[in-house]
Design a protein around this ligand. Structure first.
Ligand code: F0G
Length: 482
């Protein structure tokens, strides 16, 4: 499966695809980058993409579609009800997951909204290996509490633990007993656990969670948004999966979980979202929410052309040559940075390379938002747009106090099939420069702080004038280079 290089010291991950459509990029001079990040309130979400050289904000909805996905999108059946396009999506879900019942939703969080409406509420606890921002916001909005039951080793930034996303199984049993099964909204497993660095959950652990849920009478839900990366790690890190077909793993999981949902912006290289199950009564319970919030049952708020590309993309998610590209590029970038001494989350996960901002600027207190500060600095250093995954991405406690993130991360997402290796080498180069100049990085303070999901639209400013000094240092070191 892997291609070995004759000169092993030159071994790099090799793409099994070629680029057949391009988008022009521009890299602004450092003085402009300084201006743009300040205008954006130091929030990378508020940068304009035209001002970004490498957009590593997310892997969501920005993966490269294949020729076959584009071709399929031209044969979409544009009808409000009973569209043949839906039948093709349902067939793809049947083939990949083996699930009969399929509900389309406009994206992952739309599924989370429906699951929150259906199962969460005051007095109900939603268990997760780790929360995701939108999942938690939906569950708490309707009055549930969210508890994270990840194994403590999952939160160590640097280890050789292959499955950091695993649940603490004993704790799960204990907490279900303490809370009482009837007060458990659901037990959710997030494959490729996003906020701790896209870290996988082992097949063994996932199946053990579903066994516990079955024994105790709790609903088990798999968030499969990052499942394709997770399956790559199962295949390469878990002995029992080595000789399993990728498709066998999808179907085994679907046999065990009561419900599966995913953001098709990640799984399937397209857009939209899906809730799927083998359980008819769960399907019927959720069905009514689709026309209420999303659209009719056969499109769920998704454009039919996108649905066609989703169907093809789901089959592509079975192909190791496709699903290995993301994790292998991320591994390359993380190892390159680690070798230089830059603190990154290890072992590398899926989704992106995660800089450990807490260790990048160790003296900066959480309330000066180290992860956001490193992100702003990286945009100044290289026109690279990452995403804050630290304290800014948390919600304040109900009494208004800050909830400090377990890990202060700056995420550099690697959208699937999009970047070339030379672009990742450029990222490594600029991060190394920033690491050598880390003493110049200062903190940030709020100028506008929204109450809900503040990381999306909040604005901050530098404390002091460190950003001007960083830009000046860049100019000094790089001369007239962009
Ligand atoms: N679950 C996981 C694990 C996710 O990573 C995301 C989105 C969602 C659910 C929600 O899906 O965006 O389609 O509504 N993650 C994106 C990210 C936003 O950038 O990590 P969505």
């Amino acid at each position: 499966m892997s291609v070995k290089f004759y000169q092993s010291e030159n071994q790099v991950p090799l793409e099994m695809h070629k680029v057949r459509m391009i988008q022009k990029l521009s890299l602004l001079p450092v003085e402009e980058r300084l201006k743009k990040i300040q205008e954006a309130g130091n929030n990378t979400f508020l940068l304009q993409n035209k001002d970004v050289y490498l957009d590593m904000l997310t892997d969501s909805g920005v993966n490269c579609m294949s020729d076959n996905q584009y071709a399929a999108s031209f044969q979409a059946d544009d009808s409000y009800a009973g569209s043949a396009t839906f039948l093709r999506v349902r067939k793809a879900i049947n083939d990949v997951f083996g699930c009969e019942y399929v509900l389309p939703v406009h994206q992952g969080r739309a599924a989370e909204n429906i699951l929150a409406e259906a199962f969460c509420g005051p007095g109900k606890v939603a268990f997760m290996n780790f929360h995701f921002t939108t999942t938690k916001a939906h569950a708490t909005r309707v009055g549930s509490t969210v508890e994270e039951l990840i194994q403590p080793k999952g939160l160590l930034p640097k280890s050789d633990e292959p499955f950091k996303g695993d649940y603490d199984l004993e704790l799960l049993k204990k907490r279900i007993d303490e809370v009482g099964a009837s007060n458990v909204a659901y037990v959710r497993v997030e494959a490729g656990t996003n906020l701790i660095g896209g870290q996988p959950v082992s097949l063994e652990n996932m199946l053990a969670v579903t066994d516990i849920c079955h024994d105790k009478g709790c609903l088990s839900i798999l968030d499969a948004s990052l499942l394709q990366d997770n399956i790559y790690f199962m295949k390469t890190r878990e002995a029992r999966c080595k000789f399993m077909e990728v498709g066998d793993i999808y179907r085994l999981l679907a046999d065990h979980f009561d419900l599966i949902y995913f953001s098709a912006r990640k799984l399937s290289f397209s857009k939209g979202g899906i809730i799927t199950t083998k359980n008819e009564s769960l399907y019927k319970q959720l069905m009514g929410y689709i026309p209420l919030y999303e659209g009719f049952l056969t499109y769920g708020g998704i454009d039919v052309r996108t649905m066609e590309s989703m169907a093809v993309g789901l089959y592509e998610s079975l192909d190791m040559e496709y699903i290995s590209q993301g994790p292998e590029f991320i591994n390359y970038l993380a190892k390159e940075l680690d070798a230089y001494g830059v603190p990154v989350i290890l072992p590398p996960g899926g989704l992106g390379c995660h800089l450990n901002a807490g260790a990048f600027v160790p003296d900066m207190p959480h309330n000066q938002y180290p992860a956001a500060a490193v992100g702003a600095a990286l945009y100044i250093a290289g026109g690279i747009r990452g995403m804050e995954r630290g304290t800014v991405s948390e919600q304040r406690e109900p009494d208004g106090t800050e909830r400090y993130a377990e890990l202060e991360l700056q995420r550099l997402a690697v959208p699937r099939r999009v970047f070339t290796l030379s672009q990742l080498k450029y990222v490594a180069d600029r991060v190394k420069w920033l690491w050598d100049n880390r003493s110049l990085i200062g903190g940030l303070e709020w100028t506008e702080e929204p109450e809900v999901l503040r990381f999306f639209f909040g604005r901050m400013k530098e404390i002091g004038h460190w950003q001007e000094e960083l830009a000046e240092k860049f100019r000094k070191d790089f001369g007239d280079s962009l």
